[in-house]
Structure formats: C-alpha cells, structure tokens
Design a protein around this ligand. Sequence first.
Ligand code: SF4
Ligand code: SF4
Length: 76
Amino acid sequence: MGYYITNECINCGACVLECPEDAIYEPNKKYKFEGKTHDAISSVHYYIASFICDECENFTVPKCSAVCPMASIKRK
Ligand code: SF4
Ligand code: SF4
C-alpha cells in the first residue's frame, strides 16, 4: 500500500510542504529511514518513500494529492 508519484509530476514541490511525515523527496535526493540512508527512488521527479508514508492516516484526505496540480499522486 502507500502512495507514489507518476511521470506526470512537474516537480513543483507543493506536495513536499504538505507531507506531515516528511516522506516526499526531490529527484536524486537520498532519503533516511530508521537511521539508514537509502538511494533515491527517482532521478526524474519527486518521489514518496513508501516506508515513511503513513497514508495520512490522521487526515481525511492525503495531504500531498490534495495539492498536486497534476493529479500525479496515486495510491498503489
Ligand atoms: S499520503 Fe500523507 S504521509 Fe503519505 S506522502 Fe502523502 S502527505 Fe505524506
Ligand atoms: S505536487 Fe504533484 S506535480 Fe508537484 S512535485 Fe508533488 S507530485 Fe509533482
């Protein structure tokens, strides 16, 4: 489960500012999870680290997809 970002992403960065879990990263930027550094999942567009994303369980809608102008954040 979890959310992912599709190739329609235009790298606007709006979703990053909304994510309460800091689960969204710039292309090519490595992410940290449980003290370890992991390679970026995408070198082309922003991406969601699925181990970190909790699907906005404390919110009625996923905050990232609510602001995405391209509707490029989908549920797996
Ligand atoms: S669904 Fe919520 S926790 Fe997951 S990436 Fe989007 S804003 Fe972050
Ligand atoms: S809000 Fe949408 S278009 Fe903007 S960086 Fe995030 S996924 Fe990409």
